[in-house]
Write a protein that binds this ligand. Structure first.
Ligand SMILES: O=C(O)c1cc(=O)[nH]c(=O)n1[C@@H]1O[C@H](COP(=O)(O)O)[C@@H](O)[C@H]1O
Length: 224
Protein backbone atom coordinates (compact mmCIF):
# COMPACT_ATOMS: atom_id res chain seq x y z
CA UNK A 1 0.00 0.00 0.00
CA UNK A 2 1.28 3.48 -0.79
CA UNK A 3 2.13 5.83 2.04
CA UNK A 4 -0.76 7.84 3.57
CA UNK A 5 1.55 10.87 3.91
CA UNK A 6 0.93 13.83 1.61
CA UNK A 7 3.61 16.47 2.10
CA UNK A 8 2.38 20.07 2.12
CA UNK A 9 4.93 21.87 -0.01
CA UNK A 10 4.15 25.41 1.06
CA UNK A 11 6.56 27.70 -0.75
CA UNK A 12 6.27 30.25 -3.57
CA UNK A 13 9.58 28.99 -4.99
CA UNK A 14 9.05 26.45 -7.79
CA UNK A 15 12.63 25.21 -7.80
CA UNK A 16 12.61 24.69 -4.04
CA UNK A 17 9.29 22.84 -4.33
CA UNK A 18 10.75 20.55 -6.99
CA UNK A 19 13.86 19.90 -4.91
CA UNK A 20 11.82 18.90 -1.85
CA UNK A 21 9.43 16.72 -3.87
CA UNK A 22 12.30 14.97 -5.60
CA UNK A 23 14.08 14.25 -2.31
CA UNK A 24 11.06 12.82 -0.52
CA UNK A 25 9.38 11.10 -3.44
CA UNK A 26 10.12 7.52 -2.40
CA UNK A 27 8.73 7.85 1.12
CA UNK A 28 5.44 9.68 0.65
CA UNK A 29 2.12 9.01 -1.07
CA UNK A 30 1.77 12.39 -2.71
CA UNK A 31 2.32 16.14 -2.55
CA UNK A 32 -0.08 18.86 -1.50
CA UNK A 33 0.17 22.22 -3.24
CA UNK A 34 -1.80 25.08 -1.75
CA UNK A 35 -2.49 28.77 -2.00
CA UNK A 36 1.08 29.92 -1.44
CA UNK A 37 2.42 27.77 -4.28
CA UNK A 38 -0.54 28.34 -6.60
CA UNK A 39 -0.63 32.13 -6.23
CA UNK A 40 3.05 32.26 -7.17
CA UNK A 41 3.19 29.60 -9.88
CA UNK A 42 -0.35 29.05 -11.19
CA UNK A 43 -1.49 26.16 -13.32
CA UNK A 44 1.85 25.86 -15.11
CA UNK A 45 3.59 25.37 -11.78
CA UNK A 46 1.12 22.63 -10.84
CA UNK A 47 1.79 20.91 -14.18
CA UNK A 48 5.53 20.99 -13.61
CA UNK A 49 5.11 19.47 -10.16
CA UNK A 50 2.73 16.80 -11.51
CA UNK A 51 5.42 15.85 -14.04
CA UNK A 52 7.52 14.58 -11.12
CA UNK A 53 5.09 11.66 -10.98
CA UNK A 54 3.52 11.87 -7.50
CA UNK A 55 -0.25 12.29 -7.01
CA UNK A 56 -1.13 15.99 -6.59
CA UNK A 57 -3.52 17.27 -3.94
CA UNK A 58 -4.56 20.77 -5.02
CA UNK A 59 -5.59 22.60 -1.86
CA UNK A 60 -7.18 25.88 -2.88
CA UNK A 61 -9.98 25.81 -0.27
CA UNK A 62 -12.46 27.41 -2.65
CA UNK A 63 -15.22 29.37 -0.91
CA UNK A 64 -17.52 31.68 -2.89
CA UNK A 65 -20.98 31.69 -4.47
CA UNK A 66 -21.88 28.44 -6.26
CA UNK A 67 -21.48 29.84 -9.79
CA UNK A 68 -18.02 31.23 -9.09
CA UNK A 69 -16.74 28.08 -7.42
CA UNK A 70 -18.22 25.88 -10.16
CA UNK A 71 -16.48 27.96 -12.84
CA UNK A 72 -13.21 27.98 -10.90
CA UNK A 73 -13.28 24.19 -10.65
CA UNK A 74 -14.01 24.02 -14.37
CA UNK A 75 -10.92 26.14 -15.03
CA UNK A 76 -8.89 23.67 -12.96
CA UNK A 77 -10.25 20.59 -14.76
CA UNK A 78 -7.30 20.14 -17.14
CA UNK A 79 -5.00 19.65 -14.15
CA UNK A 80 -6.94 16.56 -13.01
CA UNK A 81 -5.70 16.73 -9.41
CA UNK A 82 -6.11 13.61 -7.28
CA UNK A 83 -7.75 15.70 -4.54
CA UNK A 84 -9.25 19.22 -4.50
CA UNK A 85 -10.51 21.22 -1.49
CA UNK A 86 -13.45 23.58 -1.01
CA UNK A 87 -14.81 25.09 2.24
CA UNK A 88 -17.87 23.28 3.61
CA UNK A 89 -19.08 26.63 5.00
CA UNK A 90 -19.78 27.70 1.41
CA UNK A 91 -23.02 25.73 1.71
CA UNK A 92 -24.70 22.84 0.00
CA UNK A 93 -25.29 24.39 -3.44
CA UNK A 94 -21.66 25.47 -3.66
CA UNK A 95 -20.46 21.99 -2.70
CA UNK A 96 -22.75 20.37 -5.29
CA UNK A 97 -21.58 22.71 -8.05
CA UNK A 98 -17.93 22.10 -7.16
CA UNK A 99 -18.38 18.33 -7.33
CA UNK A 100 -20.34 18.55 -10.59
CA UNK A 101 -17.57 20.59 -12.24
CA UNK A 102 -14.66 18.40 -11.08
CA UNK A 103 -13.10 15.64 -13.20
CA UNK A 104 -14.48 12.17 -12.41
CA UNK A 105 -11.20 10.96 -10.94
CA UNK A 106 -10.77 13.93 -8.59
CA UNK A 107 -11.79 13.55 -4.96
CA UNK A 108 -13.51 16.77 -3.89
CA UNK A 109 -13.21 17.18 -0.11
CA UNK A 110 -14.65 19.88 2.13
CA UNK A 111 -12.66 21.67 4.80
CA UNK A 112 -14.77 21.64 7.96
CA UNK A 113 -13.10 23.56 10.84
CA UNK A 114 -9.51 24.63 10.14
CA UNK A 115 -7.02 22.93 12.44
CA UNK A 116 -5.69 26.39 13.36
CA UNK A 117 -8.98 27.22 15.14
CA UNK A 118 -10.12 26.30 18.64
CA UNK A 119 -13.37 26.82 20.46
CA UNK A 120 -12.73 30.47 21.24
CA UNK A 121 -11.89 31.22 17.59
CA UNK A 122 -15.20 29.65 16.57
CA UNK A 123 -17.01 31.78 19.17
CA UNK A 124 -15.44 34.90 17.64
CA UNK A 125 -17.06 34.12 14.29
CA UNK A 126 -20.43 33.39 15.84
CA UNK A 127 -20.23 29.60 16.08
CA UNK A 128 -21.10 28.63 19.65
CA UNK A 129 -20.42 24.90 19.22
CA UNK A 130 -17.32 22.90 20.06
CA UNK A 131 -15.12 22.21 17.02
CA UNK A 132 -16.19 18.56 17.32
CA UNK A 133 -19.90 19.41 16.84
CA UNK A 134 -19.24 21.84 14.00
CA UNK A 135 -17.09 19.24 12.23
CA UNK A 136 -19.91 16.68 12.61
CA UNK A 137 -22.45 19.13 11.18
CA UNK A 138 -20.31 20.07 8.18
CA UNK A 139 -19.34 16.44 7.54
CA UNK A 140 -23.04 15.59 7.22
CA UNK A 141 -23.50 18.50 4.81
CA UNK A 142 -20.55 17.40 2.66
CA UNK A 143 -21.89 13.87 2.51
CA UNK A 144 -25.40 15.00 1.53
CA UNK A 145 -23.92 17.21 -1.18
CA UNK A 146 -22.23 14.20 -2.76
CA UNK A 147 -18.64 15.06 -1.94
CA UNK A 148 -15.97 12.42 -1.45
CA UNK A 149 -14.95 13.36 2.09
CA UNK A 150 -13.80 16.08 4.44
CA UNK A 151 -10.75 17.68 6.01
CA UNK A 152 -10.77 17.72 9.82
CA UNK A 153 -8.36 17.35 12.71
CA UNK A 154 -7.31 14.06 14.25
CA UNK A 155 -9.52 14.89 17.23
CA UNK A 156 -12.69 14.60 15.17
CA UNK A 157 -11.84 12.03 12.53
CA UNK A 158 -13.02 8.97 14.47
CA UNK A 159 -16.54 10.37 14.86
CA UNK A 160 -16.59 11.61 11.27
CA UNK A 161 -15.50 8.20 9.98
CA UNK A 162 -18.12 6.45 12.14
CA UNK A 163 -20.82 8.61 10.57
CA UNK A 164 -19.52 8.07 7.02
CA UNK A 165 -17.68 4.73 6.81
CA UNK A 166 -16.74 4.99 3.13
CA UNK A 167 -15.83 8.70 3.25
CA UNK A 168 -12.34 10.00 2.48
CA UNK A 169 -10.78 11.71 5.49
CA UNK A 170 -7.90 14.14 5.19
CA UNK A 171 -6.15 15.01 8.45
CA UNK A 172 -3.74 17.98 8.67
CA UNK A 173 -2.44 19.52 11.89
CA UNK A 174 -0.33 16.42 12.33
CA UNK A 175 2.77 16.63 14.51
CA UNK A 176 5.30 14.02 15.65
CA UNK A 177 5.49 14.05 19.46
CA UNK A 178 8.55 16.31 19.63
CA UNK A 179 7.56 18.84 16.92
CA UNK A 180 6.44 22.48 17.24
CA UNK A 181 2.70 23.06 16.78
CA UNK A 182 3.26 26.56 15.32
CA UNK A 183 -0.09 28.07 14.30
CA UNK A 184 -1.92 24.74 14.58
CA UNK A 185 -4.26 24.35 17.57
CA UNK A 186 -5.97 20.96 17.13
CA UNK A 187 -2.94 18.73 16.78
CA UNK A 188 -2.40 14.96 16.97
CA UNK A 189 0.48 12.61 16.17
CA UNK A 190 0.60 10.86 12.77
CA UNK A 191 0.03 7.47 14.38
CA UNK A 192 -2.99 8.67 16.39
CA UNK A 193 -4.56 10.30 13.32
CA UNK A 194 -4.21 7.11 11.31
CA UNK A 195 -5.52 4.92 14.13
CA UNK A 196 -8.54 7.22 14.44
CA UNK A 197 -9.49 6.69 10.80
CA UNK A 198 -7.60 9.19 8.64
CA UNK A 199 -7.37 8.20 4.96
CA UNK A 200 -4.37 10.46 4.41
CA UNK A 201 -2.20 12.68 6.60
CA UNK A 202 -1.13 16.15 5.47
CA UNK A 203 2.25 17.05 6.92
CA UNK A 204 4.15 20.20 6.03
CA UNK A 205 6.74 21.95 8.14
CA UNK A 206 7.87 18.93 10.19
CA UNK A 207 9.16 17.57 6.87
CA UNK A 208 9.83 20.60 4.66
CA UNK A 209 11.64 22.64 7.33
CA UNK A 210 13.77 19.71 8.50
CA UNK A 211 17.44 19.81 7.66
CA UNK A 212 16.94 16.55 5.77
CA UNK A 213 13.31 16.34 4.55
CA UNK A 214 13.74 12.79 3.29
CA UNK A 215 15.04 11.60 6.66
CA UNK A 216 12.17 13.40 8.43
CA UNK A 217 9.60 11.78 6.12
CA UNK A 218 11.14 8.35 6.68
CA UNK A 219 11.19 8.85 10.46
CA UNK A 220 7.50 9.72 10.46
CA UNK A 221 6.66 6.82 8.11
CA UNK A 222 8.43 4.47 10.53
CA UNK A 223 5.94 5.41 13.28
CA UNK A 224 2.92 4.43 11.20
O1 LIG B 1 -6.83 21.72 3.78
C1 LIG B 1 -5.74 21.58 4.36
O2 LIG B 1 -4.85 20.90 3.87
C2 LIG B 1 -5.61 22.16 5.70
C3 LIG B 1 -6.77 22.26 6.44
C4 LIG B 1 -6.70 22.58 7.81
O3 LIG B 1 -7.70 22.60 8.52
N1 LIG B 1 -5.47 22.82 8.35
C5 LIG B 1 -4.32 22.80 7.61
O4 LIG B 1 -3.24 23.00 8.19
N2 LIG B 1 -4.38 22.52 6.27
C6 LIG B 1 -3.17 22.56 5.45
O5 LIG B 1 -2.26 21.57 5.91
C7 LIG B 1 -0.93 22.04 5.88
C8 LIG B 1 -0.34 21.93 7.27
O6 LIG B 1 1.00 22.31 7.26
P1 LIG B 1 1.93 22.15 8.52
O7 LIG B 1 1.24 22.83 9.67
O8 LIG B 1 3.19 22.83 8.10
O9 LIG B 1 2.08 20.66 8.75
C9 LIG B 1 -0.96 23.46 5.33
O10 LIG B 1 -0.62 23.40 3.96
C10 LIG B 1 -2.39 23.89 5.49
O11 LIG B 1 -2.82 24.73 4.44
Amino acid sequence: MSSPIFVAIDTPDLERAKTIATRIRNHVGGIKLGLEFFCANGRQGIREMADLGLPVFLDLKLHDIPNTVGKAVQALRPLEPAILTVHAAGGRAMLEDAKAAAPLGTKVVAVTVLTSLDRSDLGAIGVEDEPHDQVARLTGLAREAGLDGVVCSGNEVAAARASWPDGFFVVPGVRPADAQAGDQKRVVTPRAALDAGASILVIGRPITQAQDPDLAARAIAATL
